[in-house]
Design a protein around this ligand. Structure first.
Ligand code: ATP
Ligand code: ZN
Length: 532
């Protein structure tokens, strides 16, 4: 049963190619999607987070051949690596969509038929330069010297001259332009939107949606000598993901609850597919268009996009094993402004985490709890939020923090969310130094001591709550140190979540009789590995 009073939110990562194991770039998009999904769950939305794998096409067939495996075995093995990484990163996805799933074939057939019936598919000759790593035809002018692909400079585009079925993209030039004009938020950030507008303004050409001489893919329903172009099938993986487990796989069932998707999170490499081809395909099939496509920047190594085909990747598992998953999650969300490119540097990684999580937040909690033990007879401060003076600086900052951070999450500005939270954390450190509770205690000002300690602990609580979509396990540790039985990986019903959100995102939730367990370090200072 659908409860119409509960708002829904659906978010997707790309369905990653299984041409190799996942890397920092794949992890980046998935952590962002998970963070946003967690934030929406926290607010009381009914959330569906979709990730998965794109398993068809020449790129995968060739990868499997190189390993002397049949493609399905290769895919099955690589998918395990993706799922393992998502577990190590504490990603709570709801659906894992694989394009080799037989249910997906049913959805693709259904969709193809609609577009066919519309008269938007025809047979013609395709000539052009094809990058197998992109699985995309390229304009000669967009290639580097000697026909190398700019995204895959170690790969040459290949000349193709074959009969293909085409999708009449040109027919949707005007409707697409109308879509972009009427819904300026459809493509974000605005730099990506401009890129798309410029591309479309040059005039849209029909694109081929079938391949010959390729076995690894779904056969075209009306002509089994062709396989369906991998992207035509892959984008529909988002739709297949919407089916409940035992549901009959057809478009009508898939679209009932979660369509249209609220947000497709992608890297800018696949912007055209999501912001041009996909909405045109959906228009042709007369389906609603997703609310937003956000194309983020690249993690680079020496200025070049990190990628599987280029092989210049960093292994996320190695970083997670050495530094922990919350460190990983925090660094990439805080340090790389979402939408922009960012170079990865391990020294900086360690410095940021030590400064923010170990020093500013971890030490503050630890030393405040130490003072509570010493100056408050081992109990929590006997203070309520309402007892604090109106000019308490932490209260002043904390009173509007929930709103400020929520708005940053809504804008997908994770850097702003972290900055706002750490403004309060740093103010907490300063307040302790300024007020010197050890002096107040000596002077016998017990009430002042407890006010200071309470307001610092409450600042830490509020910060941990608002950081929980980014660092769920760290936030759980903090909440438990503050005497709450709480686990940010456990979810209640959306209505209960909404109620809790209202309370916990506000200043003043820490009670007067909080039973505080003994202090334990919550985030240990990180060390760079010694040079070999
Ligand atoms: N360097 C990167 N920075 C940020 N995101 C990335 C990066 N590389 C991949 N991604 C994410 O993965 C998506 C592309 O998935 P894909 O499976 O094609 O990975 P890939 O490593 O780019 O593969 P290949 O190198 O073979 O093109 C991007 O749209 C983005 O979401
Ligand atoms: Zn390429």
């Amino acid at each position: 049963m659908l409860d119409s009073s509960v708002p829904t939110f659906s978010v997707t990562t790309p369905l990653y190619y299984v041409n190799d194991v996942p890397h920092l770039g794949s992890a980046y998009t998935t952590v962002v999607a998970d963070t946003l999904a967690r934030f929406k769950r926290l607010q009381g939305y009914d959330v569906l987070m979709i990730t998965g794998t794109d398993e068809h096409g020449q790129k995968i067939q060739r990868t499997a051949e190189a390993q002397e495996l049949d493609p399905q075995t290769h895919c099955d093995r690589t998918v395990v690596k993706f799922k393992e990484l998502w577990r190590s990163l504490n990603i709570l996805y709801d659906r894992f969509s694989r394009t080799t799933d037989p249910r997906h074939l049913a959805i693709v057939k259904d969709f193809f038929q609609r577009v066919w019936d519309k008269g938007d598919i025809y047979l013609a000759q395709q000539q052009g330069w094809y990058c197998v790593a992109c699985e995309e035809f390229k304009e000669k002018r967009d290639l580097l010297e000697d026909n190398h692909c700019p995204l895959h400079p170690n790969r040459k585009a290949e000349w193709r001259d074959e009969e293909n079925y085409f999708f009449r993209l040109s027919r949707y030039q005007h409707p697409l332009e109308e879509l972009y004009a009427q819904r300026p938020e459809f493509i974000q950030p605005s730099s990506r939107r401009n890129e798309v507008l410029n591309f479309v303004a040059q005039g849209l050409q029909d694109f081929s949606i079938s391949r010959v001489n390729l076995d690894w893919g779904f056969p075209l329903p009306n002509d089994p000598n062709h396989t369906i172009y991998v992207w035509f099938d892959a984008l529909l993986g988002y739709v297949t993901a919407l089916l409940d487990e035992d549901e009959e796989p057809n478009l009508t069932n898939a679209l009932v609850k979660w369509w249209p998707i609220n947000l497709h999170l992608i890297g800018k490499d696949i912007l055209r597919f999501h912001a041009v081809y996909w909405p045109a395909m959906l228009m042709s099939a007369e389906l609603a268009i997703p609310a937003q496509v956000f194309g983020h920047g690249f993690l680079t190594k020496d200025g070049q996009k990190m990628g599987k085909s280029l092989g210049n990747t960093v292994d996320p598992l190695d970083l997670i094993n050495r530094y922990g998953e919350d460190a990983f999650r925090y660094y990439f969300l805080k340090e790389i402004e979402f939408g922009k490119d960012g170079d990865f540097n391990e020294q900086r990684f360690v410095n940021v985490l030590n400064a923010d999580l170990a020093n500013d937040l971890g030490n503050l909690l630890n030393r405040t709890l130490g003072m509570v033990k010493k100056y408050c007879q081992g109990q929590g401060p006997q203070v309520m939020a309402t007892d604090l003076a109106p000019d308490n600086p932490l209260k002043a900052l904390g009173s509007h923090l929930g709103e400020e951070v929520s708005s940053a999450y809504e804008r997908l500005s994770f850097t702003d969310a972290c900055e706002a939270i750490f403004t309060l954390v740093r103010a907490g450190n300063k307040y302790i130094d300024d007020m010197a509770p050890w002096k107040l205690f000596k002077q016998g000002s017990q009430k002042e001591v407890e006010d200071v300690l309470y307001s610092v602990l409450e600042s830490i609580r509020l910060s941990a709550y608002l950081l929980s979509p980014i660092v769920p396990r760290l936030s759980t540790k903090i909440y438990q140190q503050l005497g709450f039985t709480w686990d940010f990986d456990q979810w209640r019903s959306p209505l209960e979540q909404a109620e809790e959100f209202n309370r916990h995102q506000s200043w003043g939730q820490l009670g007067a009789n909080q039973n505080l367990p003994p202090a334990q370090p919550i985030f240990t200072k990180l060390e760079l590995p010694a040079e070999e």
